[in-house]
Design a protein around this ligand. Structure first.
Ligand code: ADP
Ligand code: MG
Ligand code: MG
Length: 973
């Protein structure tokens, strides 16, 4: 026979018997739910807990699977446990003389909204009522409890609408001429019970059950059913909580906080959940029952005041708090009730906290010796760290704004963050305004795939319909946009472009502020603040530990058939194009530059003309160089198409060579080309010099020019329009001519699919002088910096390699340039040449690629595009959202690295590469390098480092440490 019910008093040994070992806290939570496990644990350590029992989560699943019927034996076990509780507490359920009342409380493994609310006072009926009046000598309280039971039971267990009971209540209050519930007398409440019973019968066609067992049975059933309720299911979908966890039911002896002024109820935290400060924190009410504190109908008192009202209880509560925190080794959130001066504990759980509090508590608990560093690192999430790097609303400002009555509406907190902007009522307007540099909040009743372009342009998203899994919510999370969805109070009128809320009218263009973490919408602009990283001592301490954990030389264990490199965890490098980014990243803790995109420097205003000149002259100049090269080779080899050259032919070729050389000397294309390169060389050199200085002692990976050249030229469409207009106006002269030339060049360069066209190493092979200039600049800068005492570690990265032969052509020539520069400068620096792996073929042939490449860096953006065959922009604008919504894909693969596909290529590349070169340095420089799940994968795949944007560096440091801790004692594959 399955054991479905556990008496709280003996849950621990009973579970040990069933499991065959001592149950861990985690196991207890799975079986008894969080609340039930907490009650059992508190009871076990000797705290005062009202006797209770728990019906297991497994019973819930069995109930659902059997088509909403209790599994065999469950009800019998329930009655048996109830009997044991009666024995312990000395009262009987349904006993008219001295009745036991119970609460019926739901409790899943994780606390989640949507579950049935607690029903108090179960067991009360027309008869037990009398016994209770005798026991408590408080008629009013008992009638009040009874009317609450009928309403609570009717609403939560039987689904009667709130308004039904509210209406009856309001009518009675009007008749009695009172405003407050508390002004109703015992006789009034007795009358109210009478009317509630009538309302109950009218709503359901049956009477409120007088049989206590029937009440209990219906309440338990209702808890189980609520697991399959829409709200609960929606929440689980949004939070990725499996459906088969089920909820437990806790049936617990009622204790009464509303029995007089020596009774009360409250909630308390062992530390301040907002700041993390180690102070006792919470609220309580005297003479009140559970829900009153949360419902906010009466003003609560801060829990520290309990020391004045009930000094002994307060001292006991402080002791219990301390004991619980030590027992669980984490901040606790507790619920308690005092009945006639006696303290009862009703709940304890790990307390929710703000990001700031999470970091402070973790660090302080290490100092207190409660937890160790690794535990501290697991107590904080990457999201918590991220909090410190983004603008947030100042809490004081939020309070002020609320006090001013500017809180407009509350909805689902679909995607966190603070956003301030002007309301735009459709996607096109949002996009237009966004492109014009305005901060926009896009507002819609709900969003559709056609709206994505506007959502991308907006700072935040606001809707009046939908929940946590609505399109708006999914997209917002995907793009990291703050969002509040389903704010039902907003009456949006798309025609008048107005939104009515709380008697106000907001028009398109009016400012609102969204707090995505709280799900709140405010009128007007609320100032935001970015926490100052330098001043966040606790965070810096924690991340210092993160680096130490990841630096452990035994962090990674490899199987015997893999060379087993590296054994330390991941380092965190940064993507930085400018010295100021590099310096910022260093303060955030980066220990290298994993990607410097040289072309960004080309876009600078004073350089762009030279870049364009270089591009426009490159083809003609290169054609001449190629001709010279061919003639030179033929003459050097002394044969042509396998036949030796005769004297005539040799002389002929010789004179042709002279002619080409003459042409080169006089060619304007060559002059322009070389002139432009000469102009660009010194500016590139000084860019690199600044980077080396900023990263003194750390590696700097510089990527050679990557994008298709047309990106540096004006757009073909615009040129065409301009030229046509000038012609029709009959203009001519040098301006038109140069525009026409530019247009011709742009047309010549047009490619059907430029992202797969002439870019990356293909450019370096087609126009070698450009990359040679870059390598010269890199090494001149490195040598100069080295002479000044800077510890330089340049690494030259060749993008978009697909075949080792490409490196044979390009890298070998560039290494020659590097050696030549070092010779000229009279100084040697340590350096590497390597390649990006972003084409599947490069990953598949990585063993060959590694014969030349001394390092790999995964460009997972391109690698994802090419592996899936998606063009990122098109995919994200058109179908990816739908894919994620419909769960074709679990995540957007451009945000979370696709382990099964792209990840497989990554791993294959690492293994093959290290076969050729055991200590091959491998990193990742795509956006994935800053995303926690992808970082975990990089740890597992054997990468040396992840490189991400400066603002992601702290997040990546935590994620790298967490990956290290999670996989510590496992052999990675
Ligand atoms: P939630 O999961 O919403 O916190 P609980 O089951 O903890 O729901 O119940 C809510 C409140 O009801 C508790 O904080 C407590 O004050 C009150 N309550 C629950 N069970 C009892 C009980 N056996 N005796 C007295 N009050 C109770
Ligand atoms: Mg509770
Ligand atoms: Mg790329």
């Amino acid at each position: 026979m399955n054991k479905w019910v556990y008496l709280t008093q003996s849950a621990h040994p009973d579970l040990a018997k069933v499991l065959g070992h001592e149950p861990s806290i985690a196991e207890m939570k799975v079986i008894l739910g969080g609340k039930g496990a907490g009650l059992a644990e508190m009871t076990r350590v000797g705290l005062p807990v009202p006797p209770s029992f728990t019906i297991t989560t497994a019973a819930c699943i069995a109930f659902i699977e059997a088509g909403f019927r209790f599994p065999k034996g469950m009800w019998e076990q329930t009655l048996e446990a109830l009997h044991q509780v009666e024995e312990i507490y000395g009262k009987k359920f349904g006993d008219p003389a001295n009745p036991l009342l119970v609460s019926v409380r739901s409790g899943a493994k994780l606390s989640m909204p949507g579950m049935m609310e607690t029903i108090l006072n179960v067991g009360l009926n027309d008869e037990t009522l009398r016994g209770l009046i005798e026991f408590t000598e408080n008629k009013r309280f008992v009638w009040d409890s009874y009317r609450r039971l009928i309403a609570m039971f009717g609403r939560t267990a039987k689904g009667i609408a709130d308004e039904v009971f509210d209406h009856v209540m309001e009518t009675l209050k009007a008749e009695r001429g009172v405003e407050d519930d508390t002004a109703l007398t015992a006789a009034d409440l007795r009358e109210l019970v009478k009317r509630f019973k009538v309302a109950y019968r009218e709503a359901l066609g049956e009477d409120f059950p007088q049989d206590p067992q029937e009440q209990l049975k219906a309440a338990v059933e209702a808890v189980f059913r609520s697991w399959m309720g829409k709200r609960a299911i929606d929440y689980r979908r949004a939070e990725n909580i499996p459906d088969d966890l089920g909820t437990a039911v806790n049936v617990q002896t009622m204790v009464f906080g509303n029995m007089g002024w020596d009774s009360g109820t409250g909630v308390a935290f062992t530390r301040n959940p907002s700041t993390g400060e180690k102070t006792f924190y919470g609220d309580y009410l005297l003479n009140a029952q559970g829900e009153d504190v949360v419902a906010g109908i009466r003003n609560t008192k801060p829990v520290t005041k309990l020391g004045e009202d009930m000094p002994q209880v307060y001292t006991q509560l402080l002791e219990i708090a301390d004991k619980l925190e030590r027992h669980y080794r984490d901040m606790q959130d507790m619920e308690f009730t005092v009945e006639g001066g006696k303290l009862w504990m009703l709940q304890t759980r790990v307390g929710k906290r703000t990001s700031r509090a999470a970091v402070r508590i973790a660090v302080e608990m290490v100092a207190e010796g409660l937890i160790n560093r690794e535990e501290a690192l697991l107590r904080v999430t990457p999201k918590d760290v991220d909090f410190f790097l983004h603008p947030q609303f100042d809490e004081k400002e939020i309070k002020k704004t609320k006090a001013e009555g500017r809180l407009l509406a509350t909805g689902v907190n679909a995607s966190p963050g603070a956003a301030v902007g002007m309301l735009a009522f459709d996607a096109d307007t949002a996009e237009e305004w966004g492109e014009a540099g305005k901060a926009v909040i896009m507002i819609r009743p709900e969003t559709k795939p056609d709206d994505v372009h506007g959502m991308i342009a907006a700072k935040g998203i606001l809707t009046s319909r939908g929940g946590a899994t609505a399109h708006a919510a999914v997209v917002a999370r995907q793009f990291g946009k703050p969002a509040v969805v389903g704010a039902r109070d907003l009456q949006i009128n798309l025609e008048t472009r107005e939104v009515k809320v709380q008697g106000q009218v907001l028009r398109e263009g009016d400012y609102v502020s969204l707090d995505g973490a709280a799900g709140e919408v405010y009128a007007g602009q609320i100032p935001t603040v970015v926490p100052d990283y330098g001043k966040e001592k606790n965070l810096r301490t924690l991340l210092g530990w993160a680096d130490e954990v990841a630096a452990d030389s035994a962090a990674r264990q490899w199987p015997a058939d893999y060379a087993g490199y590296p054994t330390r965890g991941l380092q965190v490098w940064t993507n930085a194009d400018y010295p100021r980014d590099a310096r910022r990243a260093r303060t955030f803790g980066a220990v290298g530059i994993g990607l410097c995109r040289t072309e960004h420097m080309f876009f600078e205003e004073e350089r762009l003309p030279y870049v364009q000149q270089m591009i426009l002259s490159a083809d003609d100049a290169q054609a001449l160089f190629d001709r010279r090269h061919r003639l030179q080779t033929t003459l050097e080899e002394g044969k042509e198409e396998g036949k030796p050259l005769d004297d005539n032919r040799r002389a002929d070729l010789q004179s042709r060579l002279e002619a080409v050389e003459h042409e080169i000397e006089t060619s304007s294309a060559v002059k322009d080309y070389q002139g432009a390169l000469e102009q660009l060389l010194p500016s590139q050199r000084s860019d690199f010099f600044g980077l080396f200085e900023a990263m003194d002692g750390y590696p700097v990976i510089i990527r050679l020019i990557d994008p298709p050249l047309h990106e540096f030229l004006p757009s073909q469409e615009e040129l065409l329009v301009e030229v046509t207009e000038m012609r029709t106006r009959g203009e001519h002269g040098p301006e038109l001519e140069s525009k026409e030339q530019m247009l011709a060049a742009v047309q010549r360069m047009h490619e059907a699919n430029p992202m797969m066209g002439l870019r990356g190493i293909r450019l370096g092979i087609t126009y070698p002088d450009i990359t040679k200039m870059q390598v010269q600049a890199i090494f001149e800068a490195a040598c100069q910096a080295a002479k000044k005492g800077v510890d330089v570690l340049p690494e030259v990265m060749i993008p978009l390699t697909g075949h080792v032969n490409e490196l044979k052509v390009s890298q070998v020539e560039l290494e020659g340039v590097a050696k030549q520069v070092m010779e000229e400068q009279g100084i040697d620096v340590e350096y590497k040449f390597g390649t990006m792996i972003e084409i599947p073929r490069a990953a598949v042939t990585a063993d060959e690629v590694a014969t030349l490449a001394q390092f790999f860096s995964y460009g997972t953006n391109d690698l994802t595009q090419m592996t899936f065959g998606y063009s990122r922009d098109d995919a994200e604008r058109r179908f990816l959202v739908k894919y994620v919504e419909q769960e074709v894909l679990a995540d957007n693969p451009f945000q979370v690295l696709d382990r099964d596909g792209v990840g497989k290529l990554v791993k294959m590349g690492v293994r093959l590469g290290r076969k050729t070169r055991r200590e091959l340095e491998v990193g990742i420089c795509g956006e994935h390098g800053g995303e926690p799940s992808s970082i975990e994968f990089c740890h597992m795949a054997g990468l040396n480092y992840v490189s991400c944007s400066p603002f992601r560096v702290p997040v990546a440091r935590l994620a790298a440490a967490q990956a290290t801790i999670w996989h510590k004692d496992k052999v990675l594959e």
